[in-house]
Design a protein around this ligand. Structure first.
Ligand code: XLS
Ligand code: NI
Ligand code: NI
Length: 457
């Protein structure tokens, strides 16, 4: 075919960019005997993605995800200092070109650490435009690029979400805003990201109530705001079914920050809210370690409770600091904490459509590009090790047997008839009054069990 003069004068392709990371080859599993060297400075000691753990490949048991916001948007800024990371796609420049640069580096990180999933907010991946229409167009444009990269690499989307908290329009809340026009704007934003998540075959869609809460009751109609939040969530669920999205809708509880009191305080509060709105079989929870601590719970408590209530969805895998009362979002680095959390996950039947999303950020001084690799790879290896410990705890059955013995009375005909509602309060009272012997207390054996658990490490 004869080419037209116009097409022969093609613009020169952009000069190839230098790779962002110093690693060229993906980090591999090498076992615990491997000695790192200049060629291969890091190798997985425990994360052997094809190893079977309780009948599933480790990769499928763990479903690791890299989050876009902390790793590629975060600047290292804190309330006392400006950006410290200076990533090449930050600062002045064409924002769409920067978004594409960022996407290239993100997919390079996924490849290098061998992460099977990622997560994002709409505002992480594309610049906000002059209108919602323009912002949504930007998001779709980057999502198209994601679609191509995902089919080239096999990386999948764990979940998408809308940022309904950064822009000042949301300063008084999104769904819980006193102005219905802000509610409508938030709805329009969620519609777009939910549809994009659906198109990218996301496994879940997350709603974290960024500013759904209040600063002071003096200006707040709490009852009205809760009703707004219920309506909003119902709209999202209705739309999910309308477009045929099969992923799970997840709420991410957090007790405070940014608002003084967040409505989605913890798992128990979210369950009550779902019940009140008839959504307990439609929506599950995305539990974050640091948020559990801020609510005065342990991570494993929140996981166990969600499993007990049938609303366990997914995990934001990070770590808070026991001395600090805010969301430090550090990479997980405590084997025992991770193992007991994974034990609860496995006991409940595993992650389902969920995964382990590293909602974690580098410390402000970790300014090297490779710090992103080290942070993710060490966290992945630690979680793999935690999974193996949890597997042993489960297979060993010693803990489970202790618990079963402790509740054995409830498995007898007597216990069962009480629970089935076959005895009244008056009947129970009459029976007890006839007896001369008191029920005998038995030891909870906590120290012995703590010793048992230490033996797994
Ligand atoms: C903030 C939340 C947030 C959600 C996604 O504290 O953890 O990062 O995971 O909006
Ligand atoms: Ni989170
Ligand atoms: Ni957090």
């Amino acid at each position: 075919m004869k080419s037209s003069p116009k097409s022969t004068r093609r613009a020169a392709p952009p000069a190839p960019r230098a790779p962002y990371f110093s690693f060229a080859k993906p980090i591999r599993f090498r076992g615990t005997d491997f000695k790192p060297n200049a060629e291969e400075p890091f190798a997985y000691r425990y994360y052997d993605k094809n190893r079977k753990v309780l009948g599933k490949r480790m990769q499928e048991q763990l479903r690791f995800a890299v989050c876009y916001w902390h790793s590629f948007v975060g600047t290292g800024m804190d309330p006392f200092g400006d950006a410290s990371f200076s990533r090449p796609w930050h600062g002045a420049g064409d924002p769409m070109a920067q978004a594409l640069h960022k996407a290239d580096v993100a997919f390079d990180l996924f490849r290098l650490v061998d992460a099977p999933y990622f997560t994002f907010h709409d505002r992480d991946i594309a610049p906000e435009g002059a209108s919602l229409r323009e912002s949504n167009r930007n998001v779709r444009q980057v999502a198209d690029v994601f679609g191509r990269k995902m089919s080239d690499t096999g990386v999948k989307l764990l979940w998408g979400t809308a940022n309904l908290f950064s822009n000042r329009r949301y300063m008084s809340g999104a769904a819980t805003n006193p102005d219905p026009e802000v509610f409508a704007y938030a709805a329009a934003q969620v519609k777009n990201v939910l549809e994009v998540t659906h198109e990218l075959k996301g496994a879940n869609y997350v709603l974290w109530g960024g500013r759904e809460g209040y600063e002071t009751l003096l200006n707040t109609d709490l009852k009205r705001e809760l009703a707004q939040l219920g309506r909003f969530l119902n709209l999202v669920v209705e739309h999910k079914h309308k477009i045929g999205f099969k992923g799970t809708i997840l709420i991410e509880p957090k007790p405070a920050e940014p608002t003084k009191h967040q409505y989605d305080y913890d798992v128990a509060t979210v369950f009550g809210f779902l019940k009140a709105n008839g959504l307990e079989s439609e929506v599950k929870v995305n539990i974050e370690q640091n948020h559990a601590l801020l609510a005065g719970h342990t991570f494993e408590h929140e996981i166990a409770l969600a499993n007990a209530l049938g609303i366990f969805g997914s995990l934001d895998m990070n770590r808070g600091d026991e001395q600090l009362g805010w969301d430090t979002d550090q990479f997980p680095n405590n084997l025992q904490q991770v193992a007991v959390a994974m034990y609860e996950v496995l006991k409940g039947g595993g992650l389902g459509t969920g995964g382990l999303n590293f909602d974690a950020k580098l410390r402000r001084q970790s300014i090297d590009a490779d710090d992103l690799l080290w942070a993710h790879a060490t966290a992945m290896d630690l979680c793999a090790r935690g999974l193996l410990v949890a597997e042993t705890m489960l297979r060993d059955k010693a803990l489970a047997q202790h618990v079963a013995t402790r509740y054995a009375g409830w498995e007898t005909a007597r216990g069962k008839s009480i629970l089935k509602g076959k005895t009244t309060l008056a009947e129970l009272a009459r029976e007890v009054e006839r007896k001369t012997l008191e029920p005998q207390p038995r030891s909870g054996q906590q120290e012995r069990l703590e010793h048992l658990v230490n033996g797994y490490f």
